[in-house]
Design a protein around this ligand. Structure first.
Ligand code: SF4
Length: 237
């Protein structure tokens, strides 16, 4: 897979959000390129022609902007991130998420981190010491074969669960974002037991990956019956 990386200077970084008060996206685009990703609308917004997952704009001035913007705005919960994975592989090199978290922690802003990557463990030193930080790992299935079909470039599920376990054992508030709920979610509950404070379950609400369900004969996992059965199983968490 080819990847086009552009270093860009953003105009702002601390944006209002409908999910939490603010959202910070240090990158536009996401190397994980999940087949169902709703954030692919960013292609339209930014005019990128490359397939989703094959371009990333790196907002190299994100920390600099954040320092300025938190001085001007009222304190509120910051979601990291909404339309990219803040711990996609490029973060290892650019460390923009880390620098943003340092700023938010130093200024005592509450943060909700959401990722599919165990790279979040690199920043455990900041997260552990900060007040009001939570970390969520997106865990969409228990079945690695299903994960490879829907999220081929994202880290394996066992690594995500292990990351949750490590964070939780360090006293950090953790959650599993079981969204979108994919086929093969049976058996997730026992795997997650003891690694999280809470979980969020949501079904596939958009149609980008309909072709994947059809190709692999997985349409049963789009039914109300599948969702309510899995929801019930996971409500024990
Ligand atoms: S990790 Fe999140 S933002 Fe990235 S492609 Fe997957 S669903 Fe989209």
């Amino acid at each position: 897979m080819t990847l086009v990386v552009n270093e860009v200077r953003a105009k702002s970084i601390l944006s209002p959000s409908k999910i939490h008060r603010y959202v910070v996206n240090p990158y536009t685009g996401c190397q994980h390129g999940c087949t169902y990703c709703y954030a692919r609308f960013m292609k339209r917004v930014t005019g990128h022609k490359e397939p989703w997952g094959e371009f990333v704009d790196v907002k190299i001035n994100a920390p600099e902007l954040l320092e300025k913007e938190i001085r001007r705005k009222q304190r509120g919960t910051v979601w990291v991130s909404g339309v990219c994975d803040p711990y996609q592989p490029l973060e290892e090199r650019y460390r923009l998420t880390r620098q943003c978290l340092e700023i938010l922690a130093r200024n005592e802003w509450p943060v909700i981190i959401q990722t599919r990557s165990p790279l979040v463990l690199r920043d455990i030193d900041i997260i552990r010491e900060a007040s009001g930080f939570e970390v969520g790992l997106s865990i969409t299935t228990a079945d690695e074969e299903i994960r490879k079909i829907f999220e081929p470039e994202a880290p394996p599920i066992p690594e995500r669960i292990a990351a949750l376990g490590k964070l939780h054992s360090e006293g950090i508030r953790t959650f599993a974002m079981i969204a979108p709920l994919l086929p093969g979610a049976e058996g997730l509950a026992p795997l997650l037991k003891g690694t999280i404070d809470y979980c969020i379950v949501d079904r596939m609400n958009y149609h980008y990956a309909d072709w994947v369900y059809r190709k692999y004969g997985l349409e049963f996992a789009l039914t109300d019956d599948f969702f309510s059965r899995m929801n019930q199983e996971l409500s024990s968490l």
